[in-house]
Design a protein around this ligand. Structure first.
Ligand code: AOF
Ligand code: ZN
Length: 382
């Protein structure tokens, strides 16, 4: 006899727990997704698991191990469709079937072309009841970076801006210390820790001499790569970013061809150089994203862009920004302040790339607005 085709309130509660478990892997699973799983019988939780990092077992395996023999005849809530392929680990579908799980409640389908619905079909073919789409929006949001990268091999790009209420990132002198308060700045460090890479334009690197590291973030996470778009290699080898004691690789993207002494100096200081020349003597930003997503040892699936205005404008103009995180501080800097986003050449508001506000939150005295590219306004493919 087959069970209900929809998830019960109790099963949704188990899925909410699975989503919280999945998030324990934040900042460590790349290029894999964050996944959580709960083995349960009615209200009783028999085993919990999450995917801790790429190369280690999947969430389902940890939850099944924790449940042991009690898994036979029980149910599972899992935030991502169980995989049916052999990668660094074996197929989760086989593990679920072998353990005797009777019913699987899934949040999101795995967009990995090696899975993409086949995991659900395998389970059903083995007689397991499957319900999918339970809290799917939350699960998709959690893995927005993985979902983008696994199908396009390009990173999910989040533009983070800290501005005055009138959208200025610095006063007329270029001074930007500080726009936002401690709570917003702490949020930025958490965003960095959750990202594979943190990117700035060379203007910002020269003006602020940032470290781009994630600091004072609790929990375990891998240090993000720190990147500068530096078309003409103006970054000095003495930049703080290149301090050898700081965690995370430094990548300098440039239009200058290999063999230039400025490049040698940066490489000697520990930077990895990426040569991605565009037509106009500048870095080809689409080419940069492709190169980052294809990075052999550690692909960059999520990129946090922290300005400045020139880089932000170039990315927005090319349709390369997937999400925007705007921190607004309660003061005005006026028209002589520095604009957050460079010229876009728009003739009418209706021509602007459309975003959808996903969340608004107060951070101390500041306000955070999270917005996503509107559905259908997909980035231009290269
Ligand atoms: C699951 N549960 O916890 C995760 C899944 O190289 P592997 O073997 O780790 O496989 C990685 C792929 O497996 C990844 O691209 C995604 O499709 C899926 N991740 N699947 O059932 C998990 N992390
Ligand atoms: Zn798996």
């Amino acid at each position: 006899m087959s069970g209900p085709r929809e998830a019960s309130a109790g099963e949704r509660a188990h899925m909410a727990l699975a989503l919280r478990l999945a998030a324990e892997g934040r900042g460590r699973t790349s290029p894999n997704p964050m996944v959580g799983a709960v083995v349960f019988d009615g209200e009783r939780v028999l085993g919990e698991g999450f995917h801790p990092r790429a190369g280690e077992p999947h969430a389902e395996v940890f939850a099944l191990r924790a449940a042991g023999e009690r898994a036979r005849g029980a149910s599972m809530a899992v935030t991502l469709e169980p995989c049916c392929h052999t990668g660094r680990t074996g197929p989760c579908t086989d593990a679920v079937i072998a353990a005797g799980i009777r019913r699987v409640v899934v949040a999101a389908v795995d967009p990995n072309p090696l899975v993409a619905g086949e995991g659900l079909r395998r389970l059903e073919a083995a007689g397991v009841e499957v319900v999918s789409g339970v809290m799917a929006a939350e699960a998709e949001r959690l893995n927005e970076a993985f979902n983008r990268w696994i199908v396009s091999r390009r990173p999910f790009v989040t533009l983070k801006l800290a501005t005055s209420l009138d959208g200025r990132i610095a006063a007329r002198t270029g001074s930007s210390r500080w726009i936002t308060g401690p709570a917003a700045r702490a949020r930025v460090h958490a965003l960095r820790a959750a990202s594979d890479g943190v990117l700035v334009g060379v203007g910002t690197a020269l003006a602020d001499d940032p470290q781009l590291t994630a600091r004072d973030v609790p929990g375990l996470w891998d240090p993000p790569a720190r990147l500068v778009v530096d078309s003409q290699l103006r970054l000095p080898a003495t930049a703080r970013l290149l301090d050898a004691t700081l965690p995370g690789p430094v990548i300098v993207a440039t239009a200058v061809p290999p063999g230039d002494p400025r490049g040698h100096a940066l490489a000697a200081a520990g930077a990895e150089l990426l040569h991605v020349p565009g037509d106009d003597g500048r870095v080809d930003l689409e080419g940069l994203l492709v190169a980052l997503g294809a990075r052999a040892d550690k692909p960059i699936t999520s990129l946090l862009v922290e300005g400045g205005g020139v880089l932000a404008g170039a990315l927005v103009a090319r349709g390369l920004v997937d999400a925007l995180i705007l921190h607004k501080a309660p003061f005005l800097l006026g028209a002589d302040g520095v604009a957050a986003v460079g010229p876009l050449g728009l003739d009418a508001p209706g021509d602007a790339p459309r975003l959808v506000v996903a969340a608004v939150e107060r951070l101390g005295d500041d306000v955070e607005i999270v917005a996503h590219r509107a559905a259908g306004a997909a980035s231009r493919e290269v």
